[in-house]
Design a protein around this ligand. Sequence first.
Ligand code: SF4
Length: 218
Amino acid sequence: MLSKSKFIRGEKCRKSLWLYVHQPDLAFVPASQQAIMNRGTNIGVVARDYFPGGIMAVEGDYPTAESARRTLELIEQGVETIYEATFIFDDTLVAVDILAKIDGNWQLFECKGSATVKPYHIRDIAVQVYVVTGAGIPLIDAFVMHLNSGYVRRGDLNLQQLFICRSVFPKVQLMQPDIPLRLAELKEMLNQAEPVIEMGKYCESPYPCDFKEYCKTL
Ligand code: SF4
């Protein structure tokens, strides 16, 4: 099964996804990169308080099919804010940082530790919207929640000022027709031999690839 993170990895570099699935032991994540990833996770946890009173759908470290079952259960129970809301559709699993029903309509929020919206954030949310709506939950909007670089803390942390929510829904909707094709291509690629791809600028951008040390030896 694909996931949101596998989709993003595959969009960056097919070979990186192939290695991640078939040769994960070849990955090397420097401590500095791990620290950045941990920071992003911590920001996601802080951002939940922007929508207090929600229920966590994931039990354990990673979203699973059980998390997806629990998410649907929470929705049926009338819960209106779900953290790590998990859905499966088209053999792809995504966990939404925050799914909130606002004025009777579901909206999706993806938390990022950057100060701006990046192109790969849009791809990230596009696959989430594809899976969530495919799983039967209509969305009326989708946001990147990123940090406000101009925020200066005075006293208690003010989450309404710390985070900026930017709708990316129009862009994400334009990408919807392509998502199933791209997912199918990635699944097909994973059933074949390791792709031959030369190293390039994409090995460092938008973040350093964890298979660089391996690729350098080829
Ligand atoms: S190092 Fe570059 S070429 Fe190798 S898997 Fe990563 S992104 Fe792809």
